[in-house]
Design a protein around this ligand. Sequence first.
Ligand code: PEP
Ligand code: MN
Length: 270
Amino acid sequence: MTNLKLVGLEKKERTVISVGNVRFGEGFVIIAGPCSVESEEQMVETALAVKKAGADMLRGGAFKPRTSPYAFQGLGLEGLKILAKAREATGLPFATEVLDTRDVSWVAEFADMIQIGARNMQNFSLLKEVGKLQKPVLLKRGMYSTLEEWMNCAEYIMNEGNPNVVLCERGIRSFETYTRNTLDISAVPAAKELSHLPVITDPTHGTGKVSLIEPMSLASAAAGSDGIIIEVHRNPAEALSDKDQALTPAQFSVLVRKVRALAKFMEGMK
Ligand code: PEP
Ligand code: MN
């Protein structure tokens, strides 16, 4: 492993990162919301539903990294304003993705946490730009990236002066095609062996399949994850992106109940 001066375990105690009242690295954090912000109604209704189900924090994409240039690209500024309304309606902070260095500083004025997505994990200019702020960053693992590469990307952010990095395992590409990605559960304890930073998982993008999200959320909690990020849509069939992997609020509510029970059990094992 290359020199991880800031990310590595030379710092002895585990880091806790605050996003509003949410504390990553202390208890089990559940982030939920739609893949994309589509309208005020859709976002606020979903936000209220996930809050009722027990989510700690919201998610929603205003800038979407899509495989096709013709697919829905997100609402941009309008999406951020809607996320701010959802935050006001629920009292929950939100995470949202930024794709472009030119957008970092103004998006940070809206967002409580900035997501660097899998496709941009090694966009070093973007990493340096978010590193200049103190805003918490959710750094997803690239779909083709080793743990060493992922850790070094966190190092890039911290090296610019921003210590507030949360790591997110979101599945990697393997030969398997049944699932959208292969959620690398072993990456959770492995990343914690390499780093003092909090680590969460994304069972939604990690599997791409509604039926697998709850079991992989439980597996994440059992592996020592500090939380999960889950896509929920008020009406998945109508979602403008990632509709095959969105949970209904009712499915999400069952997931939260089970995961909280397991996380509590895990806490007792410490
Ligand atoms: C997302 O969170 O909607 C997303 C695009 O995630 P990833 O970067 O993990 O694909
Ligand atoms: Mn998505």
